[in-house]
Design a protein around this ligand. Structure first.
Ligand SMILES: [Zn+2]
Length: 284
């Protein structure tokens, strides 16, 4: 992150847009295996890892995440802060924070939790209390990532916002989780009982508008560290960047429907194109 550091930006009331979801994206592109999800692309095609980072920065990411689980490597590599994302257990998150404090050479710590089906972490701590305890223990940013989509992450986020004083993180998956299918693990392919996770999640993607609305809700809640996790793609992140006012280069290429061959202004009163459009959307 060039220029100001994380804490300075957050103290100034600024926000950070954050791209995650590299593993899923490389699996989708054919450079690592679903199942084991080992990021072998780092060794086999480092140039692609660099390129995807550049794509996400182009789409609006203020943060470039390193593919490392070693705190020392991040420190030696010149990281501005350390991120630990944990799955479902408060104890694991606390251990991660302690490790960052021990080996992170004083770098700020961002700790996020993936909230299970209930508002309770697997070790019995309510999500808001978990975040509060992490904040009290010295985490600089706390919040939620992965697991839940925009629709089901908002309620726990509100609880966390209420419980904590400092900056909050929100990085859902861009899938249509709902009251019955709270996390992406439980999503089914629409119209079937077939589990969508992990190979068929593309059938459950949010629309760009849903991502934009999510970003607006986050902005209203005062979420300062916002982004998308597994399933993220540049066109989604650009929506978040647009809402948060991040000067993303990709905004230059936002949709321009008035120039579209069917929907464009010039075509609106043209009977041929009006008919083409009606034909296209009419159910057979
Ligand atoms: Zn994720």
């Amino acid at each position: 992150m060039p220029g100001k550091g994380l804490l300075e930006r957050l103290k100034n009331g600024e926000s950070l847009v954050v791209a995650e979801g590299y593993i899923f994206e490389f699996e989708r592109r054919g450079y690592l295996k679903s199942g084991s999800f080992v990021p072998e692309v780092v060794l086999d095609h480092p140039e692609l890892v660099k390129s995807l980072h550049e794509e996400y920065v182009h789409a609006g990411s203020d943060v470039v995440l390193a593919f490392t689980e070693q705190i020392e490597w991040a420190v030696e590599g010149g990281a501005d802060f350390i991120v630990a994302e944990t799955f479902g257990e408060f104890g694991e998150a606390m251990l991660a924070l302690e490790s960052i404090k021990q080996y992170g050479k004083g770098l700020p710590a961002v700790i996020t939790l993936s909230v299970p089906m209930t508002m309770m972490m697997h070790d019995g701590i309510p999500v808001d209390e978990a975040c509060k305890r992490l904040e009290d223990a010295g985490a600089d940013v706390v919040g939620l990532n992965c697991g839940r989509g925009p629709e089901t992450i908002i309620e726990p986020l509100k609880l966390v916002r209420k419980a904590c004083r400092g900056p909050i993180a929100a990085l859902p998956v861009p899938y249509r989780t709902n009251d019955n299918q709270v996390t992406f693990f439980s999503l089914t392919v629409p119209g079937t009982e077939k589990p969508a996770f992990p190979l068929d999640l593309s059938s459950c993607y949010c629309t760009r508008e849903e991502i934009r609305k999510f970003a607006e809700e986050c902005k209203n809640l005062g979420i300062q560290y916002v982004g998308l996790c597994c399933g993220n793609a540049p066109h989604f992140l650009r929506e978040v960047a647009g809402v948060y006012g991040t000067p993303a280069a990709a905004l230059k290429y936002s949709p321009e429907m008035e120039k579209h061959f069917i929907f464009g202004d010039e075509k609106k009163n043209d009977p041929y194109f009006t008919k083409t459009y009606k034909d296209a959307i009419t159910k057979k």
